[in-house]
Design a binder for this molecule. Structure first.
Ligand code: ADP
Ligand code: G3P
Length: 496
């Protein structure tokens, strides 16, 4: 009889994690490893798929050894991943034909323009729930097939496979036996029809992508295959994109419930139930998860740069030694004193969708110092979140009373307090801010009968609430400045 642990493998944009949960959903151990970010030229971002795999396998092994467990103690394994990031590999050798093209990569802006000029904007919105943007996988696959010698002919002969990172990991974990993804990841490819729940033939044709490259799409809670390690095995039974997994981990099971995850980027998702809600305000319609053949939809506001702006303070400007230090300098500043940082380093996502926007700092005076810059950068995460929340309230026609937060940067109290202030709604931080891994664990555990969805919600614990403290006039004045700043960054790179 196996003991009751679940292992979640969380493959994020900057690091791979393996997380151990017990039967109560309590976090019992975590191992993490950063991997190389490759920037071949301005606007391009790549990862080495082999390094991704090696780092994920290393943290898994470390987790098992550090916690002195074997797969005999593990009921099931969940996988969650940075979404959209695209890997194409050889079916026979298992070798990637190119580095993974990361979700932040802007090289396919021209392919996006072509799709727009073919009049596909409405079709794509209607059927995939997405806007045409280089963010999604479809144009990245086309770029690889167009640019890597012999790739298209090999793909046409059925020799190449495409996958997002979940699919790549499942393939590696099962020794090339399983080529599959889940509904939530499929819905981020811009190749998947979220209404018919099939790969979309018209889009495959428009992008010249052979259907033979595509993975099978399964429930998020389902048996994907088995992982073997040191003579024992455990089933892989949960798979979801990291943002959808976080929505599940935050137990946002009822339509109208929303969470915001502050990682490299920042992603707000609201459960909208069994019917897709079409956004009129620059949000995405996406699949939250699929359970027992039935999908739940979500509205999503995707912000490309959030914690990455704090990394920029650390690695680019060298203003801080570590991300948590941002709280110390921001506290010294008090307020940003009219300074606004718009971190549009990778264009702007929701609700603006401007691939050509670039970052800028506004409102500098002779008095501006390091502390103001740090505070303004932290504030930019909160302002971007407000942009998205306003759009979401409009689309879903609801007034959100509280926002459930998680992810690395949600640990920052100064940021969370400013977030509550600028939104004018309560911000609620759970005990486990690793909601992404928890969500993947829940999906895996449900599949093997360890948990029931209706029981999970009762186990969620809140660690801290942040209540709005500034007056509405001040809030409005600050936000007006932000909107003005954003406007001035838009289209900056259009002529390049
Ligand atoms: N205390 C903090 N204050 C502000 N930002 C933070 C803090 N801790 C971590 N971060 C930021 O959060 C991000 C890491 O969060 P994480 O959830 O691990 O992201 P990901 O899954 O995208 O790799 C980094 O970009 C880092 O700069
Ligand atoms: O790796 P994260 O946590 O920054 O998430 C990335 C998103 O999945 C991109 O859509």
């Amino acid at each position: 009889m196996k003991n009751k642990y679940i292992v979640a493998l969380d493959q994020g944009t900057t690091s791979s994690r393996a997380v151990l949960f017990d039967a109560q959903g309590d976090l019992k151990g975590m191992e993490q490893k950063e991997f190389t970010q490759i920037f071949p030229q301005a606007g391009w971002v790549e990862h080495d798929p082999i390094e991704i795999w090696d780092s994920q396998w290393e943290v898994f092994r470390r987790l098992m050894h550090e916690n002195k467990i074997t797969l005999n103690d593990v009921q099931a394994i969940g996988i969650t991943n940075q979404r959209e990031t695209t890997v194409v590999w050889d079916r026979t050798t298992g070798e990637p034909v190119h580095n993974a093209i990361v979700w932040q990569d802007k090289r396919t802006a021209d392919i996006c323009e072509e799709l727009k000029s073919k009049g596909l904007t409405d079709y794509i919105k209607e059927n995939t729930g997405l806007v045409i943007d280089s963010y999604f996988s479809g144009t990245k696959v086309k770029w690889i097939l167009d640019n890597i010698p012999n790739a298209r002919s090999k793909a046409q002969e059925g020799e190449l496979l495409f996958g997002t990172i979940d699919t790549w990991l499942i393939w590696k974990l099962t020794n090339g036996m399983v080529h599959a993804t889940d509904y939530s990841n499929a819905s981020r490819t811009m190749l998947y029809n979220i209404k018919t729940l099939e790969w979309d033939k018209e889009l495959l044709e428009a992008l010249d992508i052979p259907a033979s490259m595509l993975p099978e799409v399964k429930n998020s809670s389902d048996h994907y295959g088995d992982l073997y390690f040191e003579g024992e095995n455990a089933p892989i039974t949960g798979v979801a994109g990291d943002q959808q997994a976080a929505l599940f981990g935050q137990t946002c099971f009822v339509p109208g419930m929303a969470k915001n995850t502050y990682g490299t980027g920042c992603f707000m998702l609201m459960n909208t139930g069994k019917d897709p809600v079409k956004s009129q305000s620059g949000l995405l319609t996406t699949i939250a998860w699929g359970l027992n053949g039935e999908v739940t939809y979500a509205l999503e506001g995707s912000i490309f740069i959030a914690g990455a702006a704090i990394q920029w303070l650390r690695d680019g400007l060298k203003l801080i030694d570590a991300a948590p230090d941002s709280a110390y300098f921001a506290a010294k500043a008090g307020d940003a004193d009219g300074v606004y940082v718009v971190p549009a380093f990778a264009g702007l996502g929701a609700p603006y969708w401007d691939m050509y926007a670039r970052g800028a700092i506004f409102g500098l005076t002779r008095d501006t110092d390091k502390n103001h810059l740090v505070k303004a950068t932290l504030e930019s995460l909160a302002y971007q979140t407000k942009d998205v929340l306003e759009a979401m309230q409009k689309d879903a026609e609801i007034d959100l009373k509280r926002l459930q937060v998680d992810g690395g940067a949600s640990a920052n109290d100064i940021l969370m307090q400013f977030q509550a202030d600028i939104l004018g709604v309560e911000v609620e931080r759970p005990q486990v801010i690793e909601s992404t891994a928890l969500g993947a664990a829940y999906l895996a555990g449900i599949s093997v009968g360890m948990w029931r969805q209706d029981e999970i919600a009762k186990t969620r614990d809140v660690e801290k609430w942040f209540t709005p403290e500034i007056n509405p006039a001040k809030r409005e004045e600050l936000y007006k400045g932000w909107k003005k700043a954003v406007e001035r960054t838009m289209g900056w790179n259009e002529d390049k």
